[in-house]
Design a binder for this molecule. Structure first.
Ligand code: SAH
Length: 234
């Protein structure tokens, strides 16, 4: 994977001046110099090979050579609505969901939630960093935080609505993912019985990932891997 740098604005072939944290990263941290080749991306589905023309600590001028469509997406909608784990484990969750192709992450507020995120800016930065590393040219969308009871009843969710639960849950069923999939992951204290009942009443299925209790971020990553590697019986 070429060295990738992100800009939030439009990109097109021609001269471009990169500013902000990625200019600093490119010039001061990675020490790229005039003549070096890098790849720019902005989340529009393309990547933009470019040559560094001049660099100081705050601005990097580049010659963008082309706009190339490169699709590293899953091909179906995959939403994870998850309670937010504590501290660094929240960044880990967002990083792994991004690497694994999740299309949207919704921080979930539940009865037993301990972490209530005040802003999703930190998560959005983690999505960009993970996308630089893993080669995604479309960003995982983030937030805003939603309360489980309201989220469970939303009518705009993908048809496969799967609630991960440790008790009284069925093993993973055959999955039709073509219309999209949404997983709900509870906090370290688990979903309350009322919350599970509300989910079931709203058409969710309660599913088990096996007999061990997984951390929030492990359960979310395992579910996302299963959804994309599962082979429908032919
Ligand atoms: N004490 C809680 C554990 C919660 S683990 C309990 O017994 O329910 C945090 C979340 O991860 C859970 O709410 C669930 O969404 C998910 N999870 C963890 N292990 C799981 C498993 N084996 N199967 C399905 N979901 C799991």
């Amino acid at each position: 994977m070429a060295d990738r740098f992100f800009t939030a604005g439009p990109l097109a072939p021609g001269e471009f001046v990169l500013t902000g944290p990625d200019a600093h990263h490119l010039a001061s941290v990675r020490r790229f110099a005039p003549g070096d080749r890098v790849t720019l991306f902005n989340g529009d589905g393309r990547e933009y090979p470019a040559e560094v023309l001049a660099a100081d600590r705050k601005h990097v001028s580049l010659n963008v050579m082309a706009a190339v469509e490169v699709d590293r997406e899953l091909g179906f909608e995959l939403v994870v609505a998850s309670a937010v784990p504590k501290g660094d484990r929240a960044d880990y969750l967002v990083e792994k969901l991004t690497e694994l192709g999740t299309t949207r992450f919704v921080p979930l507020l539940t009865a037993r939630s301990v972490v209530v995120p005040k802003s999703v800016d930190k998560f959005e930065r983690a999505v960009i960093e993970a996308s630089k590393q893993c080669g995604r040219n479309r960003l995982m969308r983030v937030g805003p935080p939603e309360k489980w009871d309201a989220f469970a009843r939303r009518t705009d969710l993908p048809p496969a609505k799967l609630l991960l639960h440790t008790a009284d849950a069925e093993p993973l069923p055959p999955l039709n993912r073509s219309g999209g999939v949404v997983f709900a992951v509870g906090p370290e204290g688990g979903f309350s019985l009322d919350e599970v009942a509300a989910g079931l009443a709203a058409g969710w299925r309660a599913l088990s990932l096996g007999p061990r209790i997984l951390r929030v971020e492990t359960a979310a990553a395992a579910a996302v891997v299963w959804a994309q590697t599962y082979r429908c019986p032919s």
